[in-house]
Design a protein around this ligand. Structure first.
Ligand SMILES: COc1nc(N)nc2c1ncn2[C@H]1C[C@H](O)[C@@H](COP(=O)(O)OP(=O)(O)OP(=O)(O)O)O1
Length: 167
């Protein structure tokens, strides 16, 4: 892991904005096995890219409904992830947590739902940044994560907790 940031985050901006949604209930977290798109084959939360004219919250709700057929209730934004990528446009990702939803998670063309005990989160099957911020979301702490990837290898990271997160 490099010591100094390999880029100037003060002037960084992302061409792609996206979302992730994590539902936590009864000591378990609702994850997906992603069937297509960026990160296909990995375990992640439901989510996706923000459409033109859509707010981050609207996107997180829409993507969760499209991928799992559930409607999340009272989500809270807890974090932001800034990804500098080598072979994909950079991404700013808004991260939400919720405890309740309507409907029953079901497999779709995009995702397979997975309920996992929070002590058994399969980080080895997830993007390698996740282990550095998902524990904060589980503790209901806010966070700003900045990550530099070369391909799928995480080469630099910085995670700040307890920050004020914009909507
Ligand atoms: C680089 O590290 C990442 N880590 C994590 N945890 N999640 C990531 C990372 N990079 C992207 N993501 C998330 C953000 C989004 O939820 C998805 C990517 O969105 P996707 O490409 O699937 O967007 P859709 O709009 O659903 O796809 P289509 O364009 O195919 O409709 O991954």
């Amino acid at each position: 892991m490099m010591e100094a940031a390999p880029m100037d985050w003060a002037i960084w901006s992302a061409p792609v904005h996206a979302t992730l949604m994590f539902v936590i209930r009864d000591g378990q977290i609702l994850l997906i096995e992603k069937k297509r798109g960026l990160g296909a084959g990995k375990i992640n939360g439901p989510g996706g890219k923000i459409d033109p004219g859509e707010s981050p919250l609207e996107c997180a709700l829409r993507e969760t409904e499209e991928e799992l057929r559930i409607r999340v209730l009272e989500p809270r934004k807890l974090g932001e992830l800034h990804f500098s990528m080598s072979d994909f446009p950079d991404i700013l990702c808004h991260v939400y947590r919720a405890e309740d939803f309507t409907g029953t998670p079901e497999e779709t063309e995009e995702a397979v739902p997975l309920w996992v005990p929070i002590e058994e989160i399969p980080y080895e099957r997830m993007w390698s940044d996740d282990r550095f911020w998902l524990p904060l979301l589980l503790m209901e702490q806010t966070f700003l994560g900045r990550f530099v990837f070369q391909g799928e290898e995480l080469v630099w990271r910085e995670v700040t907790e307890g920050v004020t997160i914009p909507d």
